[in-house]
Ligand binder design. Sequence first.
Ligand code: G4F
Length: 348
Amino acid sequence: MKRKSALIFGASGQDGSYLAELLLKKKYIVHGVKRRASNLNVSINNDIYQNRYKKNKNFIVHYGDISDSASVYKIIDKTKPDEIYNLAAQSHVAFSFEVPEYTANANALGALRIVESIKLHNLIKKTKFYQAGSSEIFGRVQDSPQNENTPFYPLSPYAVAKLYAHWITKNYRETYGIFGSNGILFNHESPRRGVTFVTRKIISGLCKIKEKKQKKLYLGNLNSKRDWGHARDYCFAMWKILQQKKPDDFVIATGIQYSIKQFINKVAKKLNMKIYWKGKGIKEKGYDKNGNIIIECHKNYFRPLDVNTLLGDSKKARKLLKWKPKTHIDSLIDEMIRAEYKYLNEDK
Ligand code: G4F
């Protein structure tokens, strides 16, 4: 039987690495698009990339950039894959306020470049397309929990761009019959998460404070609530979405939410650190048992506009995809703490 082939834009990120592993296990030929970087020490995912795939002849690296039309068209024409996953994005919501145009180019027009290229290369009957959507599009939530029918209300340049990508995928599906599906994914974390995202930042910070390698952790809004799952489970959902007979849109979430402060308390408990909270708003501080301030809020980490609460209802995915999250938040935190200690020891 002929092997299936998949093309992943954003293959060296957290999700790209889990998805590539899954597809290789399923015997796909995997084409991964990666941006060329002058700095070789880019991220831990780069190591995953170098070490795990280097010798795998079923993983083929293509250098390109989602913000460059010619490279997108060229790679799609060259590979003519059965499945395309668009995971490439400027993925940091706070940073999108600093670089709104770049964010729109990568996150909104990136999706357009792919669907247009599927159309231009006559791949509509062959290639299925997965667009990585985000729960950020619910923004100022109009209903709770959020499902596929909840009205959108994006609150950042990131979310506005992701909403364009969502609609252009739907538009090409309805206009040209492209098999284009959106996964509306709620927050998903793992040891491969970048250190600027709040879960990894908290785990990394508290481990270092415990090991006396850092004195304080500075954060922003401690009261926003998120629905956190494991990236590995969510990548499995991406694949399932493309195995359906018809293209469709799916919310992928756990259905449980915690505030940033509750997440900190959970991590601290696992590290046998008790945190005593005092103050309110930006003045709220976390103290250790000796009265030292170990957590403080800093205005630099507050967003001009934040999404205060996100809680997903993934009933549709559970029913039609027969998908459900496998990893409980406690196991996710345990895995992230174990990995953090590994990184700390390697640093030594
Ligand atoms: O970890 P975050 O930066 O994730 P955010 O903004 O929810 O976005 C992530 O999930 C989305 C899915 O819904 C993805 F689309 C997106 O690409 C990304 O993966 O922040 C989570 C919350 C926010 O409310 C933020 O204000 O944590 C709050 N927070 C408080 N202190 C902080 C910090 N966030 C960061 N990054 N750094 C802080 O110091």
